[in-house]
Design a protein around this ligand. Structure first.
Ligand SMILES: Cc1cc2nc3c(=O)[nH]c(=O)nc-3n(C[C@H](O)[C@H](O)[C@H](O)COP(=O)(O)OP(=O)(O)OC[C@H]3O[C@@H](n4cnc5c(N)ncnc54)[C@H](O)[C@@H]3O)c2cc1C
Length: 438
């Protein structure tokens, strides 16, 4: 880490925010030899202020490989998840064996503090990248034409300072101050259906069944509440509640609220009898789903700052790493004078949308189906069961999450028809077997 006093008065690029989006962008710019400053108001290692539990899918891990981040630094053997279990509360469960995708057949459970530190660790190898923690961005500096020419910052002691830059990048998360100060317009906002999430880490959690391998378990009531279990290392498990936020009114006692929510899902609650909860409950009310304008004169956004969404599909870190990769590639010709800034932003916008917007819309659809649709009990016991216990469905679903199956092509009417037909035949065979045995 560089002390504020040792910083230069000017950098080619200043990045605000040093977690997945900001640190990976700095690593890519450092590899191009760009003089870059990364500031973050947090100190590290630490958890992000916007809470996040979760997993990395293989497409995310593949982008981390490109940055030469050693997987052992964020995902040991005990965190390789090859089993995805979905329990429809009170009805049935289905085990999804992990598919092969992007060279891996497992998901990585992560501890965010350790993971973020691993991504930032790559910056130590970049001599042209300076990193300053405990430093808050407060405003953009503009010239008379409105072109951004630098940042105003406050150090940990509250001392103000101005740093000049040719480009300022907001990688400062879903409540981005850079976006606000730049006046970035909200292009899409899906505020009618949102979720509220709370989670804490637990020890001595009972396993799902007698299979000892780490599993990602999703318990869903199909009545507006999910409870998710994510292995997070050292025998700990993150237990996350995820529910429709229109039913969450005043929460006076978040811990009590969290525990009572889990209790409503008996299969999940049973696993916590005898388990010990750590004192780290965090929560996020009304998780927004928004897409912002990608950039303007001298500024651009990346990661959650440009595009944030519900965590139901666990795609946020991938989108942050993908956005930073595209932005680093598009900044290069601009820096060399081969393209103008406006063209750079337009190309970045187009490529980022191509890579993420389909999934963003699919996540909106999944959020609706998982928390808001609330199908009749008969449908849960027939159509839904036929679908979720069907091998082709299981493969397509994981392919969609691992982005090997396009988001608009995984849940087709054809697939739904085939799962219903096969499910009905399975049920009929079972009935005939039973009546034959009787
Ligand atoms: C409940 C929940 C569960 C999730 N689960 C998953 C999952 O399983 N898998 C997945 O891939 N994604 C998941 N996500 C999404 C993921 O956490 C985000 O997409 C990811 O953290 C975005 O990275 P980022 O670098 O853009 O922003 P952040 O990680 O939010 O980092 C932003 C940084 O900017 C800094 N900053 C902010 N303001 C300032 C300022 N004014 N000055 C200086 N610094 C500033 C902050 O200190 C912070 O360090 C989840 C999110 C939530 C809410």
């Amino acid at each position: 880490m560089d002390s504020l006093a040792s910083l230069q008065p000017e950098y080619e690029v200043v990045i605000v925010g040093g977690r997945p989006a900001g640190a990976s962008l700095a690593a890519r710019l450092g590899a191009q030899g760009v003089s870059t400053l990364v500031i973050d108001k947090a100190t590290f290692p630490s958890l992000p202020s916007v809470p996040s539990c979760g997993v990395l899918y293989p497409q995310t891990t593949a982008l981390l490989d490109e940055l030469e981040i050693d997987e052992q630094d964020y995902c040991g053997d005990d965190l390789r998840i090859r089993r995805f279990v979905m329990q429809i509360s009170g009805a049935f469960h289905s085990v999804f064996p992990m598919v092969q995708a992007h060279g891996r057949d497992y998901l990585c459970g992560i501890d965010r503090a350790r993971f973020d530190a691993a991504v930032r660790g790559t910056l130590d190898r970049q001599p042209t990248v300076a990193v300053s923690d405990g430093v808050s961005f407060t405003d953009l500096v503009r010239d008379d034409d409105g072109q951004v020419t630098g940042v105003r910052i406050l150090d940990a002691e509250g001392e103000p300072r101005t740093i000049r830059a040719r480009a300022v990048i907001g990688a400062d998360g879903r409540f981005s101050t850079v976006a606000r100060k730049a006046g970035a317009r909200v292009l899409e906002d899906y505020a009618d259906r949102t979720s509220t999430a709370h989670f804490a880490s637990w020890e001595d959690v009972a396993p799902f069944d007698d299979d000892p391998q780490p599993s990602l378990c999703v318990y869903t009531t199909m009545r507006g509440i999910d409870v998710l279990f994510f292995p997070t290392g050292g025998g700990r498990v993150f237990v996350c509640t995820h529910q429709r936020s229109d039913r969450v009114r005043q929460v006076d006692d978040p811990l009590e609220f969290y525990l009572r929510t889990i209790e409503r899902v008996p299969e999940a609650w049973r696993r916590l009898q005898g388990a010990k909860r750590n004192d780290d409950l965090v929560g996020l009310r009304r998780v927004g789903n928004r897409l912002l304008e990608p950039g303007g004169p001298g500024w651009a956004l990346v990661g959650d700052a440009i595009h944030h969404k519900d965590p139901v599909d666990g795609q946020g870190i991938y989108d942050a790493l993908l956005g930073s990769k595209i932005l680093a590639e598009e900044l290069q010709p601009w820096r060399k004078g081969k393209r103008g800034w406006d063209e750079m932003v337009a190309r970045y916008d187009r490529r980022f949308r191509d890579g993420t917007h389909g999934m963003f819309m699919a996540t909106m659809g999944r959020l609706r189906r998982e928390l808001y649709d609330e199908p009749p009990t008969l449908v849960i016991h027939t159509l839904l069961r036929w679908m979720l216990t069907d091998d082709e469905y299981r493969q397509q679903f994981l392919g969609f999450l691992c982005r090997t199956v396009p988001p608009d092509r995984w849940l087709t009417p054809g697939l739904m028809g085939r799962t219903a037909l096969r499910g009905m035949l399975r049920d009929m065979r079972r009935v005939f077997r039973r009546s034959g045995a009787a």
